[in-house]
Design a protein around this ligand. Structure first.
Ligand SMILES: [Zn+2]
Length: 236
């Protein structure tokens, strides 16, 4: 009993330090991701740093289950995914280290009903919530974007999911509600759908969430098609 008490007390003191450490690593990943997007870091150096940092997050991360996903747009279903049977996805030639200059479209665009392009759902006149597909930890995000900015992702979020050792990515948000190092639960509201990003802002683009999933191959993000996971996900 006494031993248990000592253990509980020790954890009480150790855990916050531990969590803080993970947040500091996530802040570093976020800075690295910005450098990759801006092309201000050499690819080899970026790869080396990303691998080192993600290994720490993987090692540090507490709890978290891998589960059937929650669909990332509240109030929407599989039929909101662009293309036919998910054929909007194409990862040929994509490389994470290309940053903002990357090619291909390793993502699914998930559209909301917003004819007048004011970010509001035409059915409710309210913003549409973007939900975390699974438990995870925010490793990078950006809540700053202006129409003069050439960044394509706009206001985006990257989440690391421990159990499956994958990443999810949510782009073009109107606003985001998380920061690097935040632990998020499955189905948690992390953002609202928007039109931020170089192309997403343009009139020709219907309002949507750009959603991607990445495996870690040699500890670097490599996209895979998450269509089936989206299709089978729980809708909220
Ligand atoms: Zn897209």
């Amino acid at each position: 009993m006494k031993k248990l008490l000592v253990l509980v007390i020790a954890l009480f003191f150790i855990y916050p330090a531990f969590a803080q450490d993970t947040r500091a690593v996530c802040i570093k990943i976020n800075e690295l991701n910005t450098a990759v997007l801006n092309g201000t870091i050499k690819r080899a150096e970026a790869a080396k740093q990303f691998k080192t940092l993600i290994q720490i997050v993987r090692g540090n991360h507490p709890m978290l289950k891998g589960d059937v996903w929650v669909f990332p747009l509240q109030g929407y279903q599989t039929n909101a995914i662009g293309g036919t049977n998910g054929n909007g996805y194409s990862d040929k030639g994509y490389n994470y280290l290309d940053g903002n200059k990357h090619t291909a479209h390793p993502a699914h665009d998930i559209f909301i009903t917003d004819k007048n392009q004011d970010d509001m759902d035409d059915r409710t006149d309210k913003p549409v919530n973007v939900l975390a597909v699974d438990d995870g930890i925010v490793i990078a995000c950006n809540n700053e974007w202006a129409p003069t900015c050439t960044m394509r992702g706009g206001k985006f979020i990257w989440i690391y999911h421990h159990q499956l050792d994958i990443l999810s990515y949510y782009a073009h948000n109107r606003t985001i509600f998380v920061k690097p190092g935040d632990i998020v639960k499955q189905g948690q509201k992390i953002a609202e759908v928007g039109r931020t990003g170089l192309n997403a802002y343009k009139k020709r683009s219907p309002t949507h969430l750009h959603f991607s999933a990445f495996k870690l191959t040699h500890d670097l993000p490599v996209p895979y098609n998450p269509y089936l996971q989206l299709k089978q996900s729980k809708k909220q």
